[in-house]
Design a protein around this ligand. Structure first.
Ligand code: NAP
Length: 492
C-alpha cells in the first residue's frame, strides 16, 4: 500500500506519525489508492524550520529567475495533465473532463504567476521636496503556510504556491488529508522545475492536530487558507493574535437571478452547469436560483428534465455527467440537508435520495436534487450544502430578487440572466459577492482576474490576478535625498 511521503528540505521522507487515513475512491469505496500519514507536530516544525533556513537564499534569487522556475513547473503540469487529472478523479470523484479543466486552470495560474516574476514592480512617486526621489519596492514576507481543501486539490494549491514562490517567500503547504495524491503530483512539478531545497515543503497531517503549528511557529509571516468558514475564521483569529497576515477563502451559497426577460435556454443551461457540475462541490457552485414568477414554471420544468436525464457514475468512465460526493460523510451531510429542506416545507421536484442502483451502490452518490418554493430564510437557502442540491426561490420583483440574493451571510459569486441593461448595472452595483457574472454560470475564473469573496466567505486580500502579489509581498517606501543639504524647518 502506498503511504504518501512528506517533502521536507528537498527530500521525500516517510512520516514518523503512526496513524494513517485511507485515500478512498468515492466512486468505488473498495478502491483504496494509498494512505495519508498523520504527521507529528515535530515534523511540522521541521518543515517550517527548513522553510525558514531557505528564506535568505530564495529572497536573494532575482524575481525573474524565481518566475522562470514557476513557469517551468507550469510546463511540467501541462506534460502530466492527463495523469494528474486521472489521479484527481480517483481520489476526489469529479468527472475526467472537469479534472482536466482543473489541471488546465492550474497551468494557466502557474504561467501567469511565473511571468509576473518580470513584473514584480513598485512605483516611482513624486515627492514635495526638490531633488528627492520616492519609490516603492516589493519584498517577500518570509515563511508562508498554505492550507487547502479537498475540492480543488490541484488548482487551489497552485494558486497559492505559485505567487508565494514568485514573490520570494518560502512555503509550507498542508493539503487536505483526503486528497493527498494530487497534492504530491503538483509539488513534484515544482520541485523538478528547480525549486531549491527547503523553499517548498509539503506536510501531510490532520489540520486539527498540526494546523496551529503552521500558524504559531515564529518564522511564519502569513497564512493563506481555503476551506470551511468555521475553520477559516479560527485560522484568522489565530493569525490576528500573532499579528501576521491571513487570507481566508471560505464557504459560499451562490445565487443566480433569472429575470422574466431572460433567454431561458441560456439560463437553464447555466444554472444546471452551476448546480451539478463537480457534484455541486465547488465553492462557486450555484445553490440558489431566484426566479421571477412569470418564468418560474417553464424554467423549472426544463431544468428538471435535464436533471432527471443525468448519468451518474465513476468519472473515469465515458458518458458520465456527474460523479460522487467526496466521501460517505459528505454524502450523509447532503442527505441530511435534503431531510431538513423537506421538513421546512420546500417542495422536492427531483432527486432527494442516495443513488445506489447497480454499481452506484459501491460509491457515495446522491441524486441531483431540486427543491421549489424555498423561502430565503430557510436553512436550505442559507447554509452551504456542498453537494448536488439546488433551491429555487420564487420572487415578484427585481427588488425582492436582490433582497433574496443578498440575504446570505456568504458572498463568493453570483449571476443574473436578463436582457435589461438597467437591471444588469443595478445588479452589479448592489450584489454582495466578490465575483459576479452576467448571463453566464457562477462557475470558474481566469488566472488574471482576482478571486475571492465578501462577508463570511472571505477575509484578507484577494487571491489570483495581480492583487495576490499584494498579499505575498511587503511594500517598502524609499526616500532618497540627493541634495546633500541638511533639511531646515519642520519635518513631518
Ligand atoms: P475544511 O474542513 O475547512 O478543511 C480545509 C483545510 O483546513 C484542510 O487542509 C484541513 O485539514 C485544514 N484544517 C482543518 N482543521 C484545521 C485547523 N484547526 N487549523 C488549520 N487547518 C485546519 O474544508 P474542506 O471540507 O476541506 O473544504 C470544503 C470547504 O472549502 C467548503 O466550505 C468550500 O466552500 C470551501 N472552499 C472555498 C473556496 C473559496 O475560494 N472561497 C474554494 C474551495 C473550497 P484536514 O483535511 O486534515 O481536515
Amino acid at each position: 500500500m502506498t503511504v504518501y511521503r512528506n517533502s521536507i528540505n528537498g527530500a521525500w521522507c516517510e512520516s514518523r506519525g503512526t496513524r494513517r487515513v485511507a485515500n478512498i475512491n468515492p466512486a468505488n469505496t473498495a478502491d483504496v489508492l494509498g494512505e495519508t500519514p498523520l504527521s507529528t507536530r515535530e515534523e511540522a516544525v521541521a518543515a517550517l524550520d527548513a522553510a525558514a533556513a531557505a528564506f535568505a537564499g530564495w529572497r536573494r534569487t532575482p524575481a525573474p529567475r524565481r518566475g522562470e522556475i514557476v513557469t517551468r513547473a507550469a510546463r511540467l503540469l501541462a506534460e502530466r495533465k492527463e495523469a494528474i487529472a486521472r489521479t484527481l478523479v480517483r481520489e476526489e470523484g469529479k468527472i475526467l473532463s472537469e479534472a482536466l479543466g482543473e489541471v488546465q486552470r492550474s497551468i494557466n495560474i502557474a504561467e501567469f504567476a511565473g511571468a509576473h516574476g518580470r513584473r514584480l514592480t513598485g512605483q516611482t512617486i513624486p515627492l514635495e521636496l526638490p531633488e528627492n526621489l520616492g519609490y516603492t519596492i516589493r519584498q517577500p514576507l518570509g515563511v508562508v503556510s498554505l492550507i487547502t481543501p479537498w475540492n480543488f486539490p490541484a488548482a487551489i494549491p497552485v494558486w497559492k504556491i505559485a505567487p508565494a514562490l514568485v514573490s520570494g517567500n518560502t512555503v509550507v503547504f498542508k493539503p487536505a488529508t483526503i486528497t493527498p495524491a494530487t497534492a504530491a503530483l503538483v509539488v513534484e512539478c515544482f520541485i523538478e522545475a528547480g525549486v531549491p531545497p527547503g523553499v517548498l515543503n509539503m506536510i501531510y497531517g490532520s489540520g486539527n492536530e498540526i494546523g496551529d503549528v503552521l500558524i504559531d511557529h515564529p518564522a511564519v509571516r502569513a497564512v493563506s487558507f481555503t476551506g470551511s468558514t468555521e475553520i477559516g475564521l479560527d485560522v484568522y483569529r489565530r493569525a490576528a493574535a500573532r499579528g501576521i497576515r491571513a487570507q481566508c477563502e471560505m464557504g459560499g451559497k451562490n445565487p443566480v437571478i433569472v429575470m422574466e426577460d431572460a433567454d431561458l435556454d441560456l439560463a437553464v443551461a447555466g444554472v444546471f452547469a452551476g448546480a451539478f457540475g463537480s457534484t455541486g462541490q465547488r465553492c462557486t457552485a450555484t445553490s440558489r436560483v431566484i426566479l421571477m414568477h412569470p418564468v418560474a414554471d417553464a424554467f423549472l420544468e426544463r431544468i428538471v428534465t435535464l436533471t432527471r436525464a443525468m448519468r451518474l457514475g465513476d468519472g473515469l468512465q465515458p458518458g458520465i455527467d456527474m460523479g460522487p460526493c467526496v466521501d460517505a460523510a459528505q454524502m450523509h451531510k447532503v442527505l441530511d440537508y435534503v431531510a431538513v429542506a423537506r421538513a421546512e416545507g420546500a417542495e422536492l421536484l427531483c432527486g432527494g435520495a442516495r443513488a445506489d442502483a447497480g454499481d452506484l451502490a459501491r460509491g457515495c452518490f446522491v441524486e441531483p436534487t431540486i427543491f421549489d418554493r424555498a423561502r430565503p430564510e430557510m436553512r436550505i437557502s442559507c447554509e452551504e450544502v456542498f453537494g448536488p442540491v439546488l433551491a429555487a426561490i420564487r420572487v415578484e420583483s427585481f427588488a425582492e430578487a436582490m433582497a433574496a440574493a443578498n440575504t446570505s451571510e456568504f458572498g463568493l459569486t453570483s449571476s443574473i440572466y436578463t436582457r435589461d441593461v438597467s437591471h444588469v448595472f443595478r445588479y452589479i452595483d448592489e450584489i454582495e459577492t466578490g465575483i459576479t457574472h452576467v448571463n453566464s454560470p457562477t462557475l470558474g475564473g481566469e488566472a488574471q482576474m482576482p478571486f475571492g469573496g465578501m462577508k463570511a466567505t472571505g477575509v484578507g486580500p484577494r487571491e489570483q490576478g495581480v492583487e495576490v502579489f499584494d498579499f505575498y509581498t511587503e511594500t517598502k517606501a524609499v526616500y532618497i535625498d540627493y541634495t546633500g543639504i541638511r533639511r531646515e524647518g519642520k519635518l513631518y
